[in-house]
Design a protein around this ligand. Sequence first.
Ligand code: PRP
Ligand code: URA
Length: 228
Amino acid sequence: MNVTAVVENFASTGKRGRVSGMQPVVVVQHPLAQCHLAAIRAADTPSHEFRRHLNHLARLLFFEASRELPMREISVQTPLKQTQGAQLARPLVFAPILRAGLGMLDGILPLAPEAVVAHVGIRRNEETALPQAYYANLPASLSAADVFLLDPMLATGGSACEAARQLKEAGAVRITMICVVSCPEGLAAMKLAHPDVAIITAAVDAGLNDRCYIVPGLGDAGDRYFGT
Ligand code: PRP
Ligand code: URA
């Protein structure tokens, strides 16, 4: 079974990786990822189980999203012999969009505990579905880092576009978005505003309903994660 399906690949090169100006969208079809996704979609999954499944799913998505990170060789002394090992070549920054992105951070941060966390507070206006930025705490410079933008839902794309804009304004030049459920509208908005941002997702759903919720989706990710 395919581990991933590259929905929109690098037509010119035919290989995965970051090519300037091109936006790959990778749908992670790993069986474990799809099992966790089914669990968080289910309306009768309680918050404590929703949290557990979202944490696991985020970790699997990050595993895929981090596959191409550059490494540098280091020398390692084992108890027996000098040998070669590897370190990440650049610092990592995780940028969860508040609130629901925090649910992904909880799953991912243990894999890279040395990462810096950049908080981006954006909420959708319930009437207009437009993003409203209400808080930001970003490191002074993001230019040297590999930045992972975290949000379970890519609906209209308004929140993700605004978050990527803020990250770029703070110097980010390498941004990968990890989201759980996306849809064509959100992917199109990101492609238009931020074609250089790669997107790793567990699903591309059919589209939005008249309240701009993803269908079939999973409902309001933040409310379900935090039990509000
Ligand atoms: C949700 C979700 C995204 C956004 C997606 O957050 O977590 O941030 O909506 O919608 P969009 O693509 O149309 O912008 P919400 O605004 O509900 O805030 P919350 O995480 O605090 O619940
Ligand atoms: N925000 C969510 O949490 N879910 C959606 O379907 C759309 C926006």
